[in-house]
Ligand binder design. Structure first.
Ligand code: SR1
Ligand code: MG
Length: 403
C-alpha cells in the first residue's frame, strides 16, 4: 500500500484514485499534469489536471514549517483549515474556494483550483490594484462574522463552534510573531542596519507596547466569530472582470482560523494595504499609493453595510437593539485599527516579511520599512479613538510620504 503521509508528484495519481469523494471532480485515470506550486511558509500544494481539463488543488500540511524544517508544527492545522473553510463556504461560498474533500489521516485538503486567479499581493506588487477586492472582502468578513457569532448562531451552536475550531498551536504562533517578538530582542527579528534605530523607536515606545499588549490579550480571549486568522493580501486570489466573466475574489489558506476577534481579519487586510501603499510611495508612484489607501475605508464600508443588512436576522433581538449594533460595530473597528498597527509592525521587524517591501532595493526598502513602522505605530495608538477610517488613512499617507 502506498504511503501518502507526504505526497510527491509521483504518488498524487494513486492518491486521487483512493478518494471516492473526488470522483466527479477529477478523473484519476486521465491525469495529464501534476505541479507542486507551494510557495508559502507552511505547506505542500499540488495542482492536478486531467485530460478533460478538470483540475483541483491538493494541499497537505507538513509536520514542520516548510521554510524551516527545524521548526515543528502540528499537522492538525489542516483539520482546522477544513473546519474554517466549511463554515465560510456555508456563510459566503462566492468568496472562498470550494472544499471537495478532507483526508484527516494524511492531512490533505482537496479544493477548487483557482489558477485563473492571481494572488492579490503579487498583483499589487506589479502595480495592479484591483480595488473592487476590498469591497468583496468586506462582504466576506461580514458574512463570516455574522453567521459564526452569537448573533447568527444559537448559544449552544456558538460554544460548540468555539470548541470545534480551537487552534492553540497556530494561535500561539500569531501571539508570538505578531504581538510579542517584534517588541523584544528575538532571533526572528531582522531589518536593514539603517532601520535599527526604527526598531529601537518601536520597542522603546511604552504607550505603543501597552496597546499591543492589550490587543494580544483581546486576541487571546475574545471568542466573537470564526475568523480566517491570516487574511493578508497573499491569502487572497483576485480575477478582474472580463467581457465574459465577472470579477472574482477568494480568501484562501485559513489554517490560522479560530473563534476570535472579528476585527483581526479586517486589521490584517488594512495593514497589508498600508504595506502595498508604502511600496508604491517608495517607487515614486504617489497616485497609486493614494488609490491603495482608499482600500481600508472601502473594506470597512462594505463590512459595515453587509453586517447592518444581516442584523435584522439576528438570533435574539430581545436585548440586542440597534444601539447594540452601533456599539458592536464600533468595537470591531476599534479592534481592526490596533490589529492593523500590529500587523504592519510585525511584517517589517519579525519573521515572515512582506514581498512588497523585501523586493525593493535596499535604498528604497529602508524608507518604506520606516514608513510602515511609523504608520503601524500611529494606527495602534489610534485604537479606540473612534476616528473615521478615511481620516486614519490620510494620516497614513502623510507618514508614508515623510518617511
Ligand atoms: C511560521 S508561519 C509564519 C507566518 O506565516 C503565515 O502566513 C502567518 O502570518 C504566520 O505568522
Ligand atoms: Mg498562509
Amino acid at each position: 500500500m502506498t504511503d501518502f503521509t507526504q505526497l510527491t508528484a509521483d504518488t498524487v495519481v494513486l492518491y486521487l484514485s483512493s478518494r471516492t469523494a473526488l470522483e466527479g471532480h477529477i478523473d484519476a485515470s486521465s491525469v495529464t499534469s501534476v505541479r507542486e506550486v507551494g510557495d508559502g511558509n507552511l505547506n505542500l500544494v499540488f495542482i492536478v489536471e486531467d485530460a478533460s481539463g478538470a483540475s483541483l488543488v491538493l494541499k497537505q500540511s507538513l509536520p514542520h514549517v516548510r521554510t524551516d524544517p527545524s521548526w515543528p508544527m502540528t499537522r492538525e492545522r489542516s483539520t482546522r483549515e477544513a473546519t474554517v473553510l466549511a463554515h465560510h463556504v456555508a456563510a459566503d461560498a462566492p468568496h472562498v474556494p470550494a472544499l471537495y474533500d478532507f483526508d484527516d489521516v494524511n492531512y490533505i485538503l482537496a479544493i477548487e483550483d483557482l489558477s485563473d486567479h492571481a494572488v492579490w499581493r503579487n498583483e499589487l506588487n506589479s502595480g495592479r490594484v484591483h480595488a473592487y477586492a476590498a469591497d468583496d472582502l468586506g462582504q466576506y468578513a461580514a458574512r463570516a462574522a455574522f453567521s459564526t457569532s452569537p448573533v447568527g448562531l444559537s448559544p449552544l451552536e456558538h460554544k460548540l463552534l468555539v470548541a470545534r475550531a480551537i487552534n492553540p498551536e497556530l494561535c500561539e504562533i500569531t501571539e508570538d510573531l505578531v504581538f510579542t517578538e517584534p517588541y523584544i530582542e528575538h532571533e526572528h527579528n531582522a531589518v536593514l542596519p539603517a532601520n535599527e534605530p526604527d526598531i529601537r523607536e518601536i520597542q522603546g515606545d511604552t504607550a505603543l507596547v501597552r496597546e499591543i499588549g492589550l490587543a494580544k490579550l483581546r486576541f487571546m480571549t475574545v471568542a466573537q466569530s470564526l475568523i480566517h486568522g491570516d487574511l493578508h493580501t497573499g491569502s487572497v486570489f483576485v480575477r478582474a472582470a472580463t467581457a465574459t466573466a465577472p470579477a472574482s475574489v477568494r480568501a484562501f489558506d485559513s489554517e490560522f482560523g479560530f473563534v476570535g476577534p472579528t476585527g483581526f481579519d479586517l486589521g490584517a487586510l488594512w495593514a497589508n494595504f498600508v504595506i502595498a501603499a508604502a511600496r508604491a510611495e517608495a517607487l515614486g508612484d504617489s497616485d497609486r499609493a493614494a488609490v491603495i489607501l482608499t482600500l481600508p475605508a472601502r473594506l470597512w464600508a462594505s463590512f459595515e453595510f453587509e453586517y447592518r443588512a444581516l442584523w435584522p436576522s439576528r438570533v435574539d433581538p430581545r436585548v440586542w437593539g440597534d444601539d447594540v449594533l452601533d456599539e458592536l460595530l464600533a468595537g470591531i473597528l476599534d479592534d481592526a485599527v490596533v490589529f492593523a498597527g500590529a500587523k504592519c509592525i510585525r511584517r517589517i521587524i519579525g519573521f515572515a516579511k512582506a514581498s512588497d517591501i523585501e523586493t525593493l532595493e535596499p535604498r528604497l526598502r529602508e524608507g518604506a520599512a520606516r514608513g510602515v513602522l511609523r504608520a503601524g505605530r500611529a494606527l495602534a495608538l489610534a485604537h479606540a479613538s473612534r476616528r473615521p477610517v478615511d481620516a486614519l488613512s490620510t494620516e497614513t499617507a502623510l507618514i508614508l510620504k515623510g518617511a
